[in-house]
Design a protein around this ligand. Sequence first.
Ligand SMILES: [Fe+2]
Length: 242
Amino acid sequence: MPANMDIVKAEWRARAIAEYRSASVASEFLSWLLRLTFSSDILQASFSVVGNELDHADMTWEVYQALGATEEDPLAEITEGALVLPQAFGKPTFERVVLACLDVYCIGETLAAALFRAMQQGVAENAPKQLLDRLVEDADQHVQFGWAVIDECLDRDAKKVASLAKKHLPEYFSRAERAWGLLPDTWIEPVGPHEQRFGLIARARYKREFYQAIAEQVIPFLEDRNLQGRAAWGRRPKPKKK
Ligand SMILES: [Fe+2]
């Protein structure tokens, strides 16, 4: 049985849009860091994150086309509101940096790195394989960037970072869990070995990678910085069982 190419193409189309969004929010994040005169190393790293994300968007779009898509412009459907960082809107830029960094880089990119690595394990087709090699490499770099930003924020105002983390981490954990950690009882898995060759993974694998990345990376890295990651995880609003 050949792979279901509608499912494969839909996945890479969604990923191309998500990568474009990542580029947009990375550029907004860079402008905040510039405004707050972060160290040159951080600014250069932030600049390279923007460039990586633009590369990812273009490369992912090329994979989508290599799979036979003929669509002209999938970005036309993205609304401007989806391309901005929403965290702590209207609050001082320092608070926005701390919260967006925890949410997008410390949690989001750590999960992305784990998921891309899982996708990389099963991929066999050339175009998605080359892309996944690059995505895995860059995601690790983006995670390091996130924690380096948090460390510089801690140097500037450790008390503020701790209170922001305490207040907001539970909701960020909860949102990520709803996206990656759930597997409805009624779920019928469309991804099998044939789709895996094109870089897709089953929902049960997402779930496993999610809990492992939170337990082995995000929480310990938060604890290393006295940011009470374990307590925040315990206080997250629990998803309703579907
Ligand atoms: Fe990316």
